[in-house]
Write a protein that binds this ligand. Structure first.
Ligand SMILES: O=P(O)(O)OC[C@H]1O[C@H](OP(=O)(O)OP(=O)(O)O)[C@H](O)[C@@H]1O
Ligand SMILES: NC(=O)CC[C@H](N)C(=O)O
Ligand SMILES: [Mg+2]
Length: 487
């Protein structure tokens, strides 16, 4: 099901970003465009906006980065005060325009546009069932399946009941921005696996994957959309209505949003990501701090961890210096596509360069958020030693990643994950570090002030909150009944 991407740089790559807006008396396209810009880190494959002017839909969906996907004329052509948008990193379906979003469907009861962040684990079953009823699909992804299912339900039900029916059929992670005619909706999956927030702007309301997208358009964060909740933005920006459509005993928030994916300036489920990362850095010092001359982050996402780690070390009386000793080439993105391991290694070299004077003749601790394939850490340890570091210690702000993600994060396959079959000591040896330590699951739950059972820790435990063929599930999961859908 997962399309994977042969040869990405190696790190856990991004997930999609969704936005929606319902405004009074001005076109929604420009604020949507700026909010997509703010969510660019979540997906770089394609970008799109669909608006509605009260009479008809307008859309522009293109491959590439937000800044390249739209011209001024494209934005001006997107008329209407309601709209939704999307930036994609593929996790299911082809890596081409056929899967670029928002998806649009025209049907008897009106028009529908849909943006999705997440990954369904039962889309094939629903696709087959709908295809048997005559639905013609134009893509091989999971998102179009949601759009068709909802369009079908809208033929028989009102909007809220139709959404509920679809939520009872689809299984997996999904944060959705939907537009039915000119009504914009936000939906978060019952486990709250992917983030979604509501924001208020001067003349209306917005929904977005992350609050930083709301900040960018001078809006105020109202709150997170609750797991299993539907939010309906009233046309013309006059507030919103909410419906708790599906209840679960406990959520399964993705901890990796906080560790790596989300922007540090975003607030997710009431936690400012920057503060969570700093706290994780402090806990890393408490759990496995080591004396060294200098501590430095692996940019970008290691930064907040390293500042927390160094602060906790200094409070404990350590003389460790905090330095930004690794410079990152800002023009090399997170998803630098490289077909071979050799090229991936060169890509890391292209991306990161040490400042020799900060490491020469010194003992160095480098802090990163995660090790996936081990490409970055292997390269960095070698580079730092080549620059004259006496010792290189590595500290990681997450537990070892031992299993794939099925919920919308395009990590590597199990075989590629360096921790899938190696102990921490074996990994230390493989990356040639003088010492290596990871953070515990307990520390992650503590920093987020939740219990471990409220998190999706599938990639670090191999036990998933969803029923995935050939994988263990860590809870009772009732799979949706596909035939004869019911409320
Ligand atoms: O073990 P690996 O397979 O090398 O993957 C791990 C690295 O990938 C990620 O960084 P990435 O370069 O994707 O993004 P960042 O610059 O935002 O940290 C992550 O932060 C690690 O640095
Ligand atoms: N990264 C995502 O959230 C991907 C959404 C959807 N599964 C797709 O591949 O288009
Ligand atoms: Mg990194």
């Amino acid at each position: 099901m997962s399309c994977g991407r042969d040869g990405d740089l190696g790190g856990p790559t991004e997930k999609c970003g969704v936005v929606g807006a319902s405004l009074a008396g001005r076109d929604a396209a420009r604020p949507l465009y700026y909010s997509l810009y703010a969510l660019q880190h979540r997906g770089q494959e394609s970008a799109g906006i669909v608006t509605h002017d009260g009479f008809q839909q307008h859309d522009h969906v293109s491959m590439g980065l937000v800044g390249d996907a739209f011209t001024e004329a494209d934005i001006d052509g997107l008329k209407g005060s309601a709209g939704i948008g999307h930036v994609r990193y593929p996790t299911a379906g082809s890596v081409d325009k056929s899967c670029a979003q928002p998806f649009t469907v025209s049907f008897k009861s009106g028009s529908l546009a849909l943006s999705h962040n997440g990954n369904l684990v039962n889309s094939d079953e629903i696709r087959d069932e709908l295809a048997g009823k005559g639905h013609a699909f134009t893509s091989d992804g999971d998102t179009e399946v949601i759009a068709h299912d909802l369009a079908r339900n809208l033929l028989e039900e009102d909007l809220v009941r139709a959404v509920k029916r679809t939520m009872n059929r689809i299984h997996g992670s999904y944060s959705l921005a939907i537009m039915h005619d000119e009504t914009v909706l936000g939906v978060r999956d019952p486990e709250g696996n992917r983030p979604l927030v509501i924001g208020e702007v001067e003349d209306g309301y917005v929904i977005a994957s992350e609050s930083s997208a709301i900040d960018t358009i001078d809006g105020e964060l109202v709150r997170d959309v609750r797991p299993g909740e539907l939010v309906v933005l009233r046309p013309d920006g006059e507030g919103y209505d909410t419906y708790q459509l599906v209840e679960r005993d406990r959520p399964a928030h993705c901890f990796f949003e906080h560790v790596y994916f989300a922007r540090p300036d975003s607030v997710i489920d009431d936690n400012l990501v920057y503060e969570v990362r700093r706290e994780l850095g402090r806990k890393l010092w408490e759990e496995s701090g080591i004396e060294s001359d200098v501590v430095m982050p692996v940019p970008d996402s290691g930064r907040a961890f390293a500042s927390g780690y160094a602060e906790a070390a200094q409070e404990d009386g350590s003389n460790v210096e905090f330095a930004e000793g690794l410079m990152k080439n800002r023009y090399v993105g997170r998803t630098f596509i490289m077909p071979t391991q050799d090229e991936r290694e060169r890509a890391v070299r292209l991306k990161l360069n040490p400042i020799k004077s900060t490491v020469e003749g010194r003992t160095v601790t480098i802090i990163d958020d995660s090790i996936v394939r081990g490409t970055t850490s292997t390269q960095l340890v070698r580079l730092l030693k080549d620059c004259g570091a006496e010792e290189v210690h590595m500290r990681i702000g997450a537990p070892p990643i031992i299993a794939p993600c099925y919920m919308g994060i395009n990590m590597a396959t199990r075989e590629e994950l360096i921790a899938s079959d190696k102990s921490v000591e074996e990994i230390r040896e493989a990356i040639s570090a003088d010492s290596l330590a990871y953070l515990s699951k307990e520390a992650i739950a503590d920093a987020l002030s939740v219990s471990q059972s409220d998190l999706c820790l599938g990639c670090v435990t191999g036990e998933y909150p969803y029923d995935i063929d050939d994988e263990e599930t860590d809870r009772d999961v009732t799979r949706p009944v596909i035939d004869g859908a019911s409320d």
